[in-house]
Each structure stands twice: as structure tokens, then as C-alpha cells.
Design a protein around this ligand. Structure first.
Ligand code: AMP
Length: 397
């Protein structure tokens, strides 16, 4: 179902409450070290301001306890946000109550107010209805641009929707369009690539992918659990023995659905988990007992590249090896290149969840991807096919 966005409503002269994800990293002097998340919301914020809204921004930073640790105050974001918007940002020392109500009431069209950390109130994460009502009382309409918290039902994204019409901002719209619509009606062939450390983290994603894709590439640490479940030697490689039955079930499901599974043919193995370990390339049935696989091998990369040829939709989650060490980043790089090439040839490519963005950034090919999803846990749950409460709360068109 299509969701309403800020373009579907009148915002001129309205007080607009917007939930964003400004949970940015800080150094020890409380300087922002990476402002990507703030920049990502600028199209939505600028649109609202240009269209005559008075913009009331709500967000959380870190994991404050009831003592309201000052390092988690949103006031540390005011300076950067003002710079990026090119205008003064007012700040309220609380997100509800008298201070917030007065600041919101005084706010004029074209002005911006940043509220104090939502999570200074435990009611936010509890989705407390009275707290949601207090937030809602500040504004005429609500906008949700915080995809990263969509898998959680909190007061500022879900509770508030019972009080105020809630529509999607541009960031949220992009996530829904790319991931939601791609999973609903993918162009084929559709190739899923699942890597990363553990099968147990991604059971839901693998299972849902098998329901949708034509081909699934399983790589990275989790491939060894599948290999071991098939009776192959994996040495000291990452392996979850308690997931063998599940791995076999997933392979059976793929077979029944006619989904092609691409597992490693050869591996780059190491005698130690370190950047400077001795390494060898061996076929997947020749891993010695005291060695561990930390990357795919060249034959495997070739098979991955082959599987991605002609793909029209690609969803990629998780690296193909321990990409943090250059010696074990080759498999991930090969996949990134193949996904970039498929994209150049017209495929829609989506990368996200867990460590995928860091892995992709290391390959230098991030700008060749159609969509890099901004949410960690939210992206994984979306890829699992779950209904995300934050998205469900947004008004339908
Ligand atoms: P995830 O957050 O689930 O995407 O997992 C990412 C992590 O998986 C990265 O830190 C990688 O170093 C790790 N990883 C990938 N392949 C392997 C492997 N063969 N052995 C151990 N760790 C791996």
C-alpha cells in the first residue's frame, strides 16, 4: 500500500512535528565525527521550511538512563544543524511539558526548533499513550523520517500516529520504495547475496530471500555452517553446530522452490585470525583442521560474478569475508564490482543491514549502488519481510 508523504499534505502555516534519526557519533569533546544522518534529512527539512512550515524536530541520541546523562543532549547537534540548514535552530530543554509547549507555540513558519532527547523520558520507548499525546500537542501534523527506528513501536513514531496524521519524509519514502516495493514486485532475475558472520543473525532474511529470489549467494562466515552441514571439513572456520539442521532445511526449501544456491567453491584460509596470518587458497573440501577460512577464493568470486550477470534486482547484506583486513577483502570487492556492473546495466541494487555499508564503503563502489539502506536492525527486519510498526503507522494514500 502506498504511504502518504509530505508532498500529499498541506504544510504551509502548519506546525510540523518531525521524527528524525540524529543519533550521530561524537568524539570525547562532543564534536560530531560523522554527520551523514543529519545531512540525510536535509531534503525533508528544507522542503518543509520552503513550504512555509514551522518545523519541530524530535530525535534520540545514545542510550540515556534516567539520570539524563548530559552527553546525550541534543544541544550538541544544534550548531551543525544550523550550519547545514543555513539558519538558526532554536532549542528546547525538554521534548514535552511547558518548555517544549512554549517554544513550539512561539515558533513561526520557516523556523526550526530542536527538542531535547526523546529518550530522556522512558515513556518514549514504552510507547506511552499520554507521552505520545504530549508530543502530538506541539504540532498539527507529524512526519516520520527515522527509518532506523521503524522496527520499534515508540511514542514518537507509532504512538503519535493515533493523535496526528503521520506521513513519510523523503528518506523514509525512499526506504519504503526501494526495499518494500522491490520485495513486493522485483524485476527478474532477482539475486540475493547474504554474507556476514552468523547464520543465526540472518535466518529470517535468508528464509524470506529464498521465497523471493531466483538465485541466492551465501558467503562470508555463515557459508561454513552450510558447508559443515553438508559434511564438508571447515577446520577452525566460524561455524554454528547448532544450526546444521536449520541450514539443511534452508537448502531443502531453496531446492523445492527452484532457487539456485551459490556456496563457496574455494576459500582463502589462514593459520590465524589476523591481518598478517599465513594464507592459502584451497578447494572447499580441503580445509585443514587447524586453518580457518576468512574469505572466498578466486573460483568462488568467479561463480558469484557469473551468478550476478544479467541480474535485474540485487539485494546484498553482509560481507563475503573478513573485509576489515585487506588480505581478506577480495571476495567482498569482487561482489561489489559485480553488483556495481549489474547496476550499470540497469539492475536495481540495494545494500544494507549490519556491517554491509562499512564493507561497501571500503570497496569505494558505494556510489554505484541504487540504494544504500540507512537502518541496521530496521533494514534486516524489512528484508525478513516483517511489517515494521513505524511504517505501518504512516497514513496510507
Ligand atoms: P554482519 O554484521 O552480520 O554483516 O557481519 C559482518 C562481519 O562478518 C564482519 O565483521 C566480518 O569480518 C565477518 N565475517 C565475514 N566473513 C567471515 C569469516 N569467514 N570468518 C569470520 N568472520 C567473518
Amino acid at each position: 500500500m502506498d504511504k502518504k508523504t509530505i508532498k500529499d499534505i498541506e504544510v504551509n502555516g502548519k506546525k510540523v512535528f518531525i521524527r528524525v534519526d540524529f543519533n550521530v557519533p561524537f568524539d570525547e569533546n562532543l564534536n560530531i565525527t560523522n554527520d551523514t544522518r543529519i545531512r540525510a534529512t536535509l531534503p525533508t527539512l528544507n522542503y518543509l521550511l520552503d513550504h512555509g512550515a514551522a518545523v519541530i524536530i524530535a530525535c534520540h541520541i545514545g542510550r540515556p538512563t534516567e539520570t539524563r546523562e548530559p552527553q546525550f543532549s541534543t544541544k550538541h547537534v544544534v550548531g551543525r544543524l544550523s550550519e547545514l540548514l543555513g539558519k538558526d535552530v532554536k532549542w528546547a530543554a525538554d521534548c514535552v511539558g511547558e518548555v517544549a509547549e512554549k517554544a513550539a507555540a512561539d515558533l513561526k513558519p520557516g523556523e526550526v526548533l530542536l527538542l531535547e532527547n526523546l529518550r530522556y523520558h522512558k515513556e518514549e520507548k514504552k510507547n506511552d499513550p499520554a507521552f505520545a499525546k504530549q508530543l502530538a500537542s506541539l504540532a498539527d501534523v507529524a512526519v516520520d523520517d527515522a527509518f532506523g527506528v521503524s522496527h520499534r513501536a515508540h511514542a514518537s513514531n507509532v504512538g503519535i500516529a493515533s493523535e496526528l496524521e503521520t506521513v513519510a519524509g523523503f528518506l523514509m519514502e525512499k526506504e519504503i520504495n526501494y526495499i518494500g516495493k522491490t520485495l513486493e514486485a522485483p524485476q527478474r532475475p532477482f539475486v540475493g547475496i547474504i554474507g556476514g558472520a552468523k547464520v543465526s543473525d540472518k535466518i529470517g532474511v535468508i528464509s524470506n530471500m529464498i521465497d523471493k529470489v531466483d538465485t541466492i549467494i551465501i558467503g562470508g562466515g555463515m557459508a561454513h555452517t552450510f558447508d559443515a552441514a553438508k559434511g564438508l571439513p571447515v577446520g577452525k572456520s566460524l561455524c554454528e553446530k547448532d544450526k546444521f539442521d536449520l541450514a539443511r532445511e534452508l537448502l531443502k526449501k531453496a531446492e523445492e522452490k527452484g532457487v539456485k544456491v551459490v556456496l563457496p567453491l574455494d576459500l582463502t584460509i589462514a593459520d590465524d585470525f589476523s591481518a598478517t596470518a599465513n594464507t592459502k587458497i584451497v578447494d572447499v573440501d580441503k580445509v585443514p583442521e587447524d586453518w580457518e577460512a576468512l574469505d572466498s577464493g578466486p573460483k568462488t568470486s568467479e561463480a558469484y560474478v557469473e551468478a550476478l550477470k544479467g541480474a535485474k534486482t540485487v539485494i546484498w547484506n553482509g560481507p563475503m569475508g573478513v573485509f576489515e583486513f585487506d588480505a581478506f577483502a577480495k571476495g567482498t570487492l569482487a561482489v561489489a564490482k559485480a553488483v556495481a556492473e549489474a547496476t550499470e546495466n540497469g539492475a536495481i541494487s540495494i545494500v544494507g543491514g549490519g556491517d554491509s555499508i562499512a564493507a561497501l564503503k571500503k570497496t569505494g563502489l558505494a556510489d554505484k549502488i541504487s540504494h544504500i539502506s540507512t537502518g541496521g536492525g530496521a533494514t534486516l527486519e524489512f528484508l525478513e519481510g516483517k511489517v515494521l510498526p513505524g511504517i505501518a503507522a504512516i497514513a496510507d494514500k
